[in-house]
Design a protein around this ligand. Structure first.
Ligand code: CMC
Length: 376
């Protein structure tokens, strides 16, 4: 009980029925369904329903859930005005974190977290977050807002609001698959953050805001932007080998590789690699994909024996770039999707709550005399 595990490695701190991970075998399931099956056959909306209800919906249930979600795409008018007052060079993750927090100010009863209210608030944030990101991106580019369209799916609506035109079916489906793959992943740092915050019986907005702050870090969701920076820095496929070898020699971390839980290739990376290959080919970004494959080859040869393989962030960089997303929107895309997972965990935590309150092992001195300030 009193063992210290740095970074809580291996510590089981919650029970969940949402996702199962076998890090040795590279398996990920949502409510028992392999992630590859969901990526192939499901939609983001259905996946969120699955995670929040622990079963797949009937057609009627899915239609009702989707209708509810689409009916909430619009953000309060004052919030749209607020976006126009933000510094146009603000970073989108800071913008998203701030505005999700601000949604609480437009909720007449933000602290209610009985099961129905928690779901209701989570659904609103999930529906509005893409609007917040798309509006901010258009504002900073000097473009008019494109209002959400409740006849469109989560993926189609977001890409339409961002680009001012309907995405092709292939693009919308690729984006939808990315959303499915990123929705939930056990007790990762941001999900843990959300559960820790809600365990004080704080509110859904606070828990989601904290989770966004956690996800931004380069060791977590911020890694997908780090991967893109690396790909941009490497001038050609031939330059990959010396670039990576020098980083390894300098003991620098390669973004998009390694995982606390997976010691095999992340199952989401397989699906994303397929998407990255296809989209890169379709959009003239083949070299980006080929550089990525070469990086994986060198990393597997050099560090595979240490269990370091591509994680979810590695091929998502090429995928998002090929979809036409700007680099600093990559981590916000992760957040849009993970809002579904964080909310499911908030609902799960509230259903059987106990305050998170671990201990720290004190390693400082004892019985130190107090020295008055003028004698120090
Ligand atoms: N490149 C090179 N070496 C690595 C990497 C990497 N990406 N990841 C781990 N290592 C080495 C590390 O240097 C250490 O070596 P040694 O034992 O010789 O000191 C060993 O592997 C263990 O690393 P660690 O950082 O103690 O492992 P961890 O379980 O605390 O960290 C991790 C997991 C994801 C933070 C880490 O692998 C990492 O920093 N990866 C790069 C950032 C990244 O891609 N993050 C995304 C994670 S997956 C999706 C998400 O959560 O958003």
């Amino acid at each position: 009980m009193s063992d210290y595990a740095k970074g809580l490695e291996g510590v089981i701190a919650a029970e969940t029925q949402m996702s199962f991970i076998d890090g040795e075998k590279g398996i990920l399931e949502y409510v028992g369904i392999p992630i590859g099956e969901l990526a192939q056959h499901s939609t983001f909306e259905e996946t969120v329903y699955l995670l929040w209800n622990l079963r797949l919906p009937t057609r009627g249930e899915l239609d009702a859930f989707t209708k509810e979600l689409r009916g909430r795409y619009e953000i309060p008018g004052v919030l749209a005005e607020r976006i126009r007052q933000l510094p146009s060079d603000a970073q989108p993750m800071h913008v998203l974190r701030t505005l999700v927090s601000e949604l609480a100010l437009h909720d007449p009863d933000p602290n209610k977290n009985d099961p129905a209210s928690a779901r209701d608030k989570a659904l609103s944030v999930l529906a509005k977050a893409p609007t917040l990101v798309a509006y901010f991106d258009r504002y900073r580019r000097g473009l008019d807002f494109v209002h959400p369209d409740s006849s469109l799916s989560f993926a189609e609506n977001f890409l339409t609001m961002l680009n001012g035109e309907r995405p092709t079916e292939t693009m919308a489906r690729a984006f939808d698959i990315c959303m499915i793959l990123h929705t939930d992943h056990g007790l990762n740092n941001s999900t843990f953050t959300a559960r820790v915050i809600i365990s004080t019986l704080s509110d859904v907005y606070s828990a989601l805001t904290g989770a966004i702050g956690s996800l931004r870090g380069p060791l977590h969701g911020g890694a997908n932007e780090g991967v893109m920076h690396m790909l941009n820095e490497i001038p050609s496929v031939d330059a990959v080998e010396p670039y990576i070898m020098e980083k390894i020699r300098n003991k620098e971390k390669i973004m998009g590789f390694g995982h606390r839980v997976y010691k095999a290739k992340d199952p989401r990376a397989f699906a994303l690699q397929g998407l990255a290959e296809q989209l890169a080919k379709d959009t003239g970004n083949e070299e980006l994909y080929l550089k990525s494959v070469k990086i994986e080859e060198v990393m597997t040869r050099e560090l595979g024996k240490k269990g370091i393989y591509p994680n979810v962030d590695f091929y998502s960089a090429t995928t998002y770039h090929s979809i036409g997303l700007k680099l600093d929107l990559f981590t916000p895309m992760f957040a849009l999707s993970r809002l579904g997972g964080w909310s499911g965990h908030i609902i799960e935590q509230l259903s059987d709550n106990r305050l998170f309150r671990p201990k720290a092992k004190y390693v400082g001195p004892h019985n130190v005399p107090y020295v008055p300030i003028d004698q120090r």
